[in-house]
Design a protein around this ligand. Sequence first.
Ligand code: FCB
Length: 515
Amino acid sequence: MDRRRFLGSSIAAAGSAALGRSALAAGEGIQPQGQVPVAIAAAEIESARFPDGFLWGMATASYQVEGAWNEDGKGESIWDRYSHGVGHVKGGDTGNVACDHYHLYKQDIALLKRLNQKSYRFSISWARIQPAGTGAPNQKGLDHYKRVMDAVLEAGIRPFCTLYHWDLPQGLEDRGGWPNRDLAGYFADYAGILARELGDRITVWAPFNMPWAFTYYGYGIGIHPPNRAKFSDFLKALHTVSLAQGESFRAIKAASSKATVGSAYSMAPGYPKTDSEADVAATARYHAMNNTFFLHAALKGEYPKAFVGQPPYEQMGLKAGDDEIMRAPLDWVGFHYYTRRIVSDAGGTKGGGLQYGTEIEADTGDTNGRDPYTRFHAVMPTEGPLTHAGLEVWPKGIYDLVIQISKEYEHPSIELTECGCCYMDTPYEREGGRVPDDRRTAFFKGILAELARAIADGARVRAFHAWSLMDNFEWTDGYSQRYGLTYVDYRDQMRTVKDSGLWYGRVAGSNRLVG
Ligand code: FCB
């Protein structure tokens, strides 16, 4: 057995240990030698069907696309401050202009319509609404989003609003940022303003994009703004955000009777490295920390078993009665899928603890020895092909993840809030200026075939949002990564729908993974 086959079979064994027998009951087995083990059979792609009314969508986020960073009374956000500093973002890029979506939203929404999209997931910039994060709303900011929503509704598209996609008003960071418990209340005020002002237009709300990621990157290891690296701050931020999730849930519901509230978590299914008890237990802790921490807090009013022993309640700042504040019976569950992790126990090794040994997640050398609580090591394997961002393409992971969440949380209604891949294809003159990004189309074919399989096996998935409508500011990688289904020429803001976008538009029009 060569190395590829050996790893393939150990991953399959590990996967069934983590996810339970029936999750893998469809029995894909190991692919014959010489084939990429992740390839999904053409017959599975051809026969995949999605239900009537399935919500095909695309996603963006305010800081990544809007630009207009200081227009119409907008305050400074932590991403403005960070990207304006030297040495933080690749190439010195900033989101000052980005895709200029703030001004070009009408043409971008027309594009969504042209591609048969049914749902547009976007985020609101808190600093446009409350420039310093608290106090009276900025009317110009509200009016802007009202106009955008009117255009979305006019196009027959469902608006899906994320309240917070990482661009905290700098004024709130100046008050201590997310480790400061007061932010839960400020966030609820902001949520109430949005639901009151926009609740006639928006009915689908997700408080936070990837809450684990922005707390860990921003406060645990300092690779995103506000660039702080203190594990105890990360623990406090986790708790504030989960209080904020509960508080905002109630604020939205109180202000808008039509509102439904869910989530936009980041999730990557974990597979134990070996079938040892220690690795299986570490995988369960990883799943609880990386995937379900905030979901569990909301649905159960307690934290899942992400830690060895009791959660470090004192360091997190937990107070009596917080379980009731955290609790929020979400109407639906939203999460992203990009790739998977192989997890092992880090208990005995020096520096054991929360570690993400991947190229993209974080260089976690930093956390060595500073997290005595979770003691797992999660790495992204490289058995499948890698995208230009270095992420492994692993379509079967979406099936496993959707089935696992369905089982663990009583078959909720699920929305895939993001899924996508970075490839650098550009317009090609010899092909009439088209963008022949076949690898992206192949990525979505595999993923969507596996999603259709999960739906056929009973998962209640109602929406899928591709990341992203267009190339945009990819955080610390600036404009050096392209995730869009539409190509953006940043010199003149010309949009060119890539071949993958045209294909996805046909999928959205037919509920099949056509041509
Ligand atoms: C997700 C983020 C999104 C984008 C994609 C590539 O983790 O939510 O903003 O950066 O990754």
